[in-house]
Design a protein around this ligand. Structure first.
Ligand code: SF4
Length: 171
């Protein structure tokens, strides 16, 4: 991983902001949100951008080989390959979408959220929420900047999580 990358520094700062958003939302909507490590309903991710891939790969390198071999044996086509017994193996460094999915967000001027949350009250009483389009735009710009810094002109800007898992086995 390129530790001098400005894009990587911006991405890590974004993760800190998202963690702060999570704390803010959980406090503001206390008792109404049931997203937590261990709920894997939305763990269907298959690919990440190359910036997120760099962070996930570093994290996977620090996971023991036996755990990774177990993950690789899971051939599920519908679930994220980094999910083990209902928990995320890269939780602390999980990608952006994994940090926002399920929480109330604004998308195209509407509030979106996991229907396991807000069973007794409407989330609209607790806004304003993070705007997903702005977040996606910022993340995409960081990913492009990262590829530019690396001189990466490859056609594909996405990396399969399963491929990252296999790559992490090689040190
Ligand atoms: S990376 Fe982790 S949190 Fe994200 S979908 Fe996969 S298992 Fe779930």
């Amino acid at each position: 991983m390129n530790d001098t990358s400005k894009a990587l520094a911006a991405y890590k700062a974004l993760l800190v902001q998202l963690d702060a958003y999570e704390r803010h939302i959980l406090k503001k909507c206390e008792g109404l949100i049931f997203c937590k490590d261990g709920c894997s309903s939305c763990c269907i991710l298959k690919t990440v951008n190359k910036l997120e891939a760099a962070v996930v790969l570093e994290t996977l390198k620090n996971i023991d080989a036996a755990t990774k071999e177990t993950l690789l044996k899971n051939k599920s086509k519908s679930r994220c390959p980094l999910l083990l017994d209902g928990s995320c193996t890269v939780y602390q460094n999980r990608p952006v979408i994994c940090r926002t999915h399920g929480y109330p967000l604004t998308a195209q001027n509407k509030t979106v959220y996991c229907r396991k949350n807000f069973k007794t009250k409407s989330p609209d009483d607790f806004g304003p929420f993070l705007e997903i389009e702005k977040l996606d735009t910022a993340l995409a710009a960081m990913a492009v900047q990262y590829q530019t810094e690396l001189g990466d002109c490859a056609d594909s800007d996405r990396v399969s999580l399963r491929r990252l898992l296999r790559r992490s086995m090689n040190g």
